[in-house]
Write a protein that binds this ligand. Structure first.
Ligand code: SF4
Length: 364
C-alpha cells in the first residue's frame, strides 16, 4: 500500500484508486477476482477510503473491458460506502496502469506516466493525495479486516505472508488463475495446473517485464516477494508461462520486446530508442546472427538503459532480455556458431500470440 501524505494539501481530502487494469497479457488474476468477488474488492476500497479519509473512490478498468458494467452494477447495489464510488475506463495501454499514469489520466485525460515529483501519494488525482492499490491488495485488506492479521499470517512465509493469485499459462494442461500460499515451490504450482503436456525448457515468471527461469531447476524455487532469498523467485505481477522445449526462447523474447517497445509512452529517450534497439538485437540473434559483436552490443545496451526512464517499463524489458541471454545461452552459442538451436517450432505459445505490436488505443 502506498503511504499517503497530507503535506501541503491538508485541506483537500485524499482519493483512493482501485487498479483493475490488467495490462500484462500473461495475467488474468485481476479480472478473475473482480468477476468472482467484486464486493470483496469494493469492501477493501471502502475500508481504504475510510482509513485515509477519502471522499472519492475510483475503480479503474481498461476501456472495452467486459467487466465495466458488471462492476458498476455491483457498486450500484451498495448503499453504505463512505465515499463516492465510480468506475473510470482507461486506455488499454501497457503502462497506463502505472500509478502515476492513472493519477495523470484521472486529472488531465492523458494516460502516460509522469516523470517527476510530486508523486500521486502527495499530489495525484485533482492534486489531492492519492492512494493507488491493486484490486487484489484491496481484497486482502477486506479479508484481513474480517479475519485478523494472525489469520492472514497463518499462510505463506514470514516475509511474504498470506496467499496470492497466480495466472498460469503457456504449455500447461490446466491454464488458469490459482490461489496459492506464498512460499509454494513453483513445481507444486505447475502440478496444480496439471503439469506440462510436453517438457518445458523455461518459465516466464512475473509477466512480460519479468524474467525467464531455466527448467528443471526452476521447480525448486518458491513463489515469494522477497527475491533476495536464495530460493525466492520474485513474483512480479504473479503470472507464470511455461515455454515448451520445442519453441525458440530467443524468438519469443524478441516478440515480447517488440511489443514492449511499441508500448513505450515515448517520453524518455532510453525507453523510446533503447527498447526498439534491444528488440532488434534479440531478433537478429534469434534469426541466427553469427556475429559475436551483436551479443556484446546487446549486453552493453542492457547495462545503460535501467533506471533511466520515468517509470519502470524499460527496466522490465531489460530484465527480460538479460534473463533470456542467460537462460537461452546454449541456443545463443549455437546461433553464433552457425548451428541450429533445438527449437522445432518457431511459433510462440498461445498466451503470447495475442500480443499486439500496434496498439489501437492512444493515450487519451
Ligand atoms: S520510461 Fe518509457 S513508458 Fe515510462 S514514462 Fe518514460 S517513455 Fe513512458
Amino acid at each position: 500500500m502506498i503511504a499517503v501524505s497530507n503535506a501541503g494539501t491538508a485541506r483537500r481530502p485524499p482519493v483512493v484508486v482501485a487498479n483493475g487494469c490488467e495490462s500484462d497479457p500473461t495475467s488474468g488474476k485481476d479480472s478473475h477476482l473482480l468477476h468472482s468477488a467484486p464486493h470483496l474488492v469494493l469492501d477493501g476500497l471502502a475500508l481504504a477510503a475510510h482509513a485515509v479519509g477519502a471522499d472519492q473512490a475510483i475503480v479503474c478498468l481498461h476501456r472495452g473491458d467486459p467487466l465495466v458494467e458488471y462492476v458498476a452494477a455491483a457498486m450500484a447495489s451498495r448503499s453504505d460506502d463512505p465515499a463516492e464510488v465510480r468506475v473510470v475506463t482507461v486506455p488499454a495501454r501497457y503502462v497506463a496502469s502505472e500509478a502515476s499514469a492513472l493519477a495523470n489520466y484521472l486529472t488531465t485525460g492523458d494516460a502516460r506516466p509522469t516523470s517527476s515529483p510530486p508523486w500521486p501519494s502527495e499530489q495525484g488525482v485533482q492534486d489531492r493525495p492519492t492512494l493507488v492499490d491493486n484490486v487484489e491488495t484491496l481484497a486482502h485488506l477486506a479479508l484481513i479486516t474480517r479475519h485478523g492479521a494472525d489469520w492472514f499470517r497463518s499462510r505463506g512465509t514470514e516475509n511474504s505472508p498470506g496467499t496470492t493469485l497466480v495466472t498460469v499459462g503457456g504449455a500447461v494442461c490446466g491454464p488458469g488463475v490459482y490461489e496459492v500460499d506464498l512460499g509454494m515451490p513453483i513445481g507444486q504450482l505447475l502440478w496444480l495446473a496439471g503439469g506440462t503436456p510436453i517438457p518445458a525448457q523455461a518459465l516466464l515468471l512475473g509477466g512480460l517485464g519479468g524474467r525467464w527461469l531455466s527448467m528443471p531447476s526452476a521447480v525448486d524455487r518458491v513463489l515469494a516477494y522477497e527475491d533476495g532469498s536464495p530460493a525466492g523467485a520474485g513474483l512480479g505481477l504473479a503470472s507464470l508461462v511455461a515455454l515448451p522445449a520445442t519453441a525458440c526462447g530467443l524468438r519469443v523474447t524478441a516478440t515480447i520486446l517488440r511489443y514492449l517497445a511499441a508500448e513505450s509512452a515515448g517520453q524518455c529517450g532510453p525507453c523510446m530508442f533503447g527498447l526498439p534497439a534491444i528488440a532488434e538485437d534479440v531478433q537478429a540473434l534469434a534469426q541466427g546472427g553469427m556475429d559475436p559483436a551483436l551479443a556484446d552490443r546487446l549486453r552493453r545496451r542492457l547495462e545503460v538503459i535501467p533506471r533511466r526512464g520515468a517509470c519502470s517499463h524499460p527496466d522490465g524489458a531489460v530484465r527480460l532480455a538479460a534473463s533470456a541471454l542467460e537462460v537461452f545461452h546454449r541456443d545463443l552459442t549455437n546461433h553464433l556458431h552457425g548451428r541450429p538451436c533445438g527449437a522445432l517450432d518457431s511459433s510462440t505459445p498461445p498466451v503470447l500470440r495475442e500480443l499486439n505490436p500496434h496498439p489501437a488505443q492512444g493515450w487519451r
